[in-house]
Design a protein around this ligand. Structure first.
Ligand SMILES: [Zn+2]
Ligand SMILES: [Zn+2]
Length: 347
């Protein structure tokens, strides 16, 4: 068993059967696991998943106020832009490219903090980061925390059922989790605190950061457009947090091979480039699996990548000190050979 096999908390139905095939739990099993792992009375080490979904629930009243009290077409447009483009792109910039893949470096902690808090905070870093390393190591294999072959619910409930870190790591293994998370600026639990809380982050610090972030953004939105705008954008953030949980299923072809010739060059897994997640969040997912450490995933002219524009802009400001850009490699190793092969086939 390697570290990557044991770092995530194993679901009660397991990852694979005795023959090494993916276990595909029924919807009943998935929901049972989901509610068991949200139960903080039964086990307080479930606190982080509980907090993550509590944040979503807290957004429901804001969304309801937007729809039933403040609704207007300009506000709907604001909600659309905020939930799709702003929240989506921020997830790529922060959780995905920086926290997980270290595709770029900040000049200092100030710019890192600004980037971390660029939007209303919804997804805890450790839930995303550690499990995403496992996703890359085991894409579409048993153990992949959001294996699309497990079905929609398998992926949709993954942040509770499959993504939290294991609660029985030894001190050395927990040390490796700390190594994966250290550069994010999220402060680590001691090993003793980890044993108590089952997490990398301490709940007191997580709750403080949550309240401070939400208070700041509610204040900013309120000053800009009163309770109407603040409720709209908070509701939009909640809407995004639910919607983003569908991405991992879609981004790997809904469990089927949907890769296209000349579009998806990485055939080691079933990831696909899709127009909408690409445009709103820079998630050209097949490109990303080809070059996971690249700060840019949109390589072709039509592959808009707002996350990359932000990173590049921050680099021009001096806030980002270095980044990786795999565009040239992409053309040399995949796009040009493909085009050459295709033109040779022509009569
Ligand atoms: Zn993927
Ligand atoms: Zn990734």
């Amino acid at each position: 068993m390697t570290f990557i096999d044991i770092v995530l908390r194993r679901p009660s139905y397991g990852w694979q059967d005795e023959s090494g095939n993916l276990v595909k739990p029924s919807p009943g099993q998935l929901f049972k696991e989901f509610f068991k792992r949200l139960n903080i009375v039964h086990d307080k080490r479930n606190w982080l998943s509980f907090m993550s979904w509590a944040k979503v629930l807290c957004m429901v009243p804001f969304l309801a106020l937007f729809i039933f009290k403040f609704f207007s077409w300009p506000l709907l447009l604001a909600a659309f832009v905020y939930s799709m483009f702003v929240m989506g792109t921020h997830g790529t910039i922060w959780h995905h490219r920086y926290c997980t893949h270290r595709a770029y470096k900040f000049r200092n902690g100030f710019w890192q903090f600004v980037t971390q808090n660029l939007t209303v905070s919804m997804i805890p870093e450790e839930i995303y980061v550690v499990s995403h390393h496992v996703h890359h190591a085991k894409s579409d294999q048993p153990g992949d925390p959001y294996n699309a072959q497990g079905g929609f619910l398998y992926c949709f409930l993954a942040d509770v059922n499959h993504q939290p870190i294991a609660s029985n790591l030894d001190e050395g293994q927990y040390g490796r989790v700390k190594t994966l998370m250290k550069h994010t600026g999220v402060q680590a639990n001691t090993y003793q605190q980890y044993l108590t809380w089952g997490s990398y982050q301490h709940p007191a610090r997580a709750i403080f950061a949550w309240i401070a972030n939400w208070a700041f953004w509610y204040g900013v939105f309120f000053l800009a457009g009163g309770h109407a705008l603040a409720c709209t954008l908070f509701g939009a953030a909640g809407f995004w947090a639910v919607g983003v949980r569908t991405f991992n299923y879609e981004g790997h072809g809904k469990g089927e091979n949907r890769q296209r010739d000349g579009v998806d060059y990485n055939d080691k897994d079933q990831s696909i480039n899709q127009l909408w997640p690409g445009i709103v969040a820079g998630e050209w997912h097949n490109n990303h699996h080809l070059f996971p450490r690249s700060a840019r995933s949109g390589f072709k002219p039509h592959q808009v990548d707002l996350a990359w524009y932000y990173i590049k802009f921050m680099s021009m400001l001096g806030a980002v000190s270095s980044y990786q850009d795999s565009k040239r490699d992409f053309y040399e190793r995949y796009e040009r050979p493909h085009r050459a092969a295709r033109s040779n086939q022509l009569p």
